[in-house]
Design a protein around this ligand. Structure first.
Ligand code: NAD
Length: 505
């Protein structure tokens, strides 16, 4: 395979752009692609690079490299495997600033948000360094006289990770460190909208000295995904993205006999009770709804006020929306960047219109935003829709932009019933100073991630990134012990060693 020169991202962002390379079997190599997409800075509309839409044959080469590497890698003791992760942690920390800049260039979020996501990535590497403990099985002597039984965990084989656009520096790390620490080898397909961050990450992975073929990067879109799903050698697939694609990947991977975990979309409600600390609640709710321009799977999309909370919360959140500073994520004072593409901007603006058509009123209107100096950017200011009907289409649709819908109910029971009535189950949050209300909510709300006086209930690396209903297809989630279970298969051994065995034979 042809090996080309390494890509210098800083030069690339500054001026020219070139086709990105795949990383297969320890080499940077050209894709066999005949089609390419532009990678575009969503704030400036500057083209940063061309990403190849790799063909099936690139997946074939990567899988073959990963399968060969697996034979040696699974025999490396876990204590040695994690040494590469220790190196990776320090390299990620050392290069955090440039990685964060890359995320902001291609994804649009603020530099602080980019750094925050990388810190979450590093935490996952740290947790996976505990694999010599986490991967242990269990055993019992004398399950019958003179017979012992043990359960050991072994790696699954070649695994694949398919990532979305909104956290290019974090989401692959919900899976990658655990997968390789457990002795698997892997292929990662980044989102074609934001492929630059993983180019940088792979430069660091290369510096750790990982054996060739343990980690492979194949750029592309649907053709790469389908090739992964159909390939008989790939044993497990970890996917994060929108629910329709999650459902597709889940069904197809399962039909090809793979284990699969698919984290999907969301429509996250937050409930505000009258006894909530309104100043804190507003600040947290605004960060949840408008942070990362609302492009978080844990973004608050609906705020339900209960009883007397209505007026105070509505006024305060409207003010928070109006005063949020929107602009280019690399500008220091900016609190919110653009959305990912102009198509996404148009879709969000159309959904705001749909909300008003369905009877909501626009309290704060972020449409038709132009940011001075960044007129080509995909900017939408924070938007608040009041009186969103629970029966409306908008109340069920994932917007994935800086839009918060307000609803009002009279009791916490009604609010919990509303939370549970939807198809989604990624996150639900309650704001209150009542322990009893908090317990009722935690107990009854049907969502995988619950926040009590928290607006983005993102689990730490040592907990599963949960998700219920249409927000998740599968059984084991990303991160922590779930990831270790997902990336290992259990083997049970029953042993008998008679004392006089050697004399008999
Ligand atoms: P997406 O579904 O468009 O893309 C995700 C991945 O699937 C990409 O790598 C893409 O190339 C691939 N893909 C897209 N269409 C495909 C198709 N038809 N066939 C095969 N592969 C396809 O998602 P996105 O827009 O990149 O990301 C945003 C979505 O991800 C939102 O819905 C968000 O809620 C969700 N998300 C969920 C979580 C979670 O943990 N639940 C976390 C982050 C993002």
């Amino acid at each position: 395979m042809a090996v080309l020169c390494r890509v210098n991202l800083s030069k690339m962002a500054a001026s020219t752009f070139k086709a990105l390379l795949n990383y297969i079997d320890g080499e940077w190599c050209t894709s066999g692609a005949t089609e390419f997409l532009n990678v575009v800075n969503p704030a400036t509309a500057q083209v940063l690079a061309k990403v190849p839409l790799s063909p099936k044959s690139d997946v074939e080469v990567a899988t073959s490299a990963a399968a060969t590497a697996f034979q040696g890698w699974r025999r490396v003791p876990p204590t040695e495997r994690v040494q590469y992760l220790f190196k990776l942690k320090f390299l990620l920390e050392e290069h955090l600033e440039e990685l964060a800049q890359t995320i902001t260039w291609e994804c649009g979020k603020t530099l602080a948000e980019s750094k925050g996501e990388l810190e979450r990535a590093i935490e996952n590497v740290e947790v996976a360094c505990g694999i010599p403990m986490l991967m242990q099985g269990y055993n019992l002597e004398d399950i019958a006289r003179g017979i012992d039984e043990m359960m050991i965990r072994q790696p699954v084989g070649v695994i694949a990770i398919i990532a979305p656009f909104n956290f290019p520096g974090m989401i692959p790390f919900w899976f990658l460190p655990y997968a390789i620490a457990c002795g698997n080898t892997c292929i990662i397909k980044p989102s074609e909208k934001v492929p630059l961050t993983l180019q940088k990450v792979f430069e660091l992975l290369e510096k750790t000295g990982l054996p060739k073929g343990v980690v492979n990067l194949v750029n592309g879109a649907k053709e790469v995904v389908d090739a992964i799903l159909e390939h008989p050698t790939i044993r497990a697939v970890s996917f994060v993205g929108s629910s329709p694609v999650a459902q597709y990947v889940y069904g197809k991977a399962a039909s090809f006999g793979k284990r699969v975990q698919c984290q999907g979309g969301a429509k996250n409600p937050i409930i505000v009770l009258p006894d909530a600390d309104m100043e804190m609640t507003t600040r947290i709710a605004a960060d949840s709804a408008f942070g990362c321009a609302g492009q978080r799977c844990l973004a608050a999309s609906v705020a339900v006020t209960v009883g007397e909370a209505r007026e105070r919360f509505t006024n305060a959140i409207a003010q928070a929306a109006e005063t949020r500073i929107v602009g280019y994520g690399l500008d220091e004072k900016v609190q919110m960047g653009p959305v990912i593409t102009s198509q996404s901007q148009a879709r969000i603006e159309q959904l705001i219109q749909q909300g008003t058509d369905e009877g909501a009123t626009v309290l704060v209107d972020g449409r038709n935003t132009k940011i001075s100096g960044y007129e080509q950017g995909n900017f939408i200011r924070p938007t608040i829709l009041e009186n969103v009907s629970p029966k409306s289409e908008l109340a069920r649709t994932e917007i994935f932009g800086p839009v918060l819908g307000l609803m009002h109910l009279e009791t916490i029971e009604e609010a919990i019933a509303l939370v549970n009535s939807g198809q989604w189950g990624n996150m639900a949050c309650l704001f209150t100073s009542s322990g009893a209300a908090a317990r009722q909510f935690r107990y009854e709300a049907e969502a995988g991630n619950i926040g009590i006086n928290i607006g983005v209930a993102a689990p730490m690396a040592f907990f599963p990134f949960s998700g219920w209903k249409d927000s998740f297809y599968g059984d084991l989630h990303g991160q922590g012990r779930d990831a270790v279970e997902f990336f290992t298969q259990t083997k049970v051994v029953v042993e008998r060693w008679p004392k006089n065995w050697s004399r008999q034979f």
